[in-house]
Design a protein around this ligand. Structure first.
Ligand code: B1M
Length: 214
């Protein structure tokens, strides 16, 4: 079994105590951090998602997989962010998982990818209410607001947060641009709820925002 397959297995089994050593062996084999993330850890997480849906895995086990992912990301984060210091700040992103939703792994990846690409990121965390987005926009004056939702029934909270920002008169002349993403979110849905941009994954999100800010 390759080290990338082993990483996927460790993630599925929630081997939190062993994951860092395995990430380190992958790095020692000169595997790029992006590949470790996409072809190892995220592949494992896809399996977790399928098993969870099939009721072959339950919340405590999924939590353990999520913690294992976070532990691995701790080691990968500085490597994915290495170029940051040499870059001029590209903009300020205010980011959060919307109200009712506590999924934070995708959002953490978005945070890491934007930071790695020279953005200042203010992460409001999970379960962020529309009002909290409004107050944070007033306080931080971001160039971009990013919202993440992983549940079909929390997608409307994105629309509420966007409407609250608009009702407070805080989106003027294209600033801040609002980008939404998350597994159930589509480009059509993003348009429908008044978002400016949609990112299918964290890296695509960065590229789309860079293009929009040109
Ligand atoms: Co939950 N959960 N979960 N869960 N969970 C899903 C999302 C689900 C698809 C599983 C399934 O049934 N197959 C399902 C949602 C079904 C639906 O509504 N469509 C589900 C459910 C039902 C639930 C609960 C309701 C279960 C219950 O209690 N009965 C519950 C809800 C809790 C709540 O939020 N209120 C729940 C709870 C949990 C845990 C707490 C156990 C745990 C979260 C732990 C944590 O995050 N710290 C958990 C997990 C881990 C998952 C799965 C297995 C993995 C999610 C993940 O981290 N993926 C997930 C199944 C799946 O997605 N395969 C599932 C990896 C991550 C890198 O991907 O977040 O999609 P993702 O992010 C991607 C893109 O979407 C994109 O970029 C990232 C990659 O580059 N992206 C953006 C994300 N945000 C973006 C923002 C952007 C741009 C791109 O711009 C701003």
């Amino acid at each position: 079994m390759s080290v990338l397959d082993k990483l996927g297995e460790h993630l599925i089994e929630g081997k939190m105590g062993e994951i860092k050593a395995l990430v380190q062996s992958a790095l020692d084999e000169n595997i790029e951090p992006e590949e470790i993330l996409e072809k190892g850890l995220m592949k494992g997480m896809e399996v977790v998602g399928r098993r969870f849906a099939d009721e072959d895995m339950f919340i405590p086990e999924v939590m353990l997989s999520a913690r294992t992912m976070h532990t691995a990301l701790e080691l990968l984060r500085p490597l994915l962010e290495t170029d940051q210091k040499q870059m001029k700040m590209k903009g300020r992103l205010l980011l959060g998982t919307v109200e009712g939703d506590i999924h934070d792994i995708g959002k953490s990846l978005v945070e890491m990818m934007f930071t790695a690409n020279g953005f200042e990121v203010i992460d409001l965390g999970i379960n962020v209410t529309a009002q909290a987005f409004v107050e944070a926009v007033q306080q931080h004056q971001p160039d971009i607001v990013g919202m993440s939702a992983l549940l079909t029934n929390t997608m409307p909270a994105m629309q509420q947060a966007i409407a609250a920002i608009d009702d407070a008169g805080l989106r003027k002349e294209g600033k801040p641009r609002i980008i939404v993403g998350g597994a159930p979110v589509t480009e059509e849905y993003a348009k429908e709820i008044g978002a400016d941009l949609y990112g299918e994954n964290a890296l695509e999100g960065v590229e789309i925002v860079k293009e929009a800010l040109k």
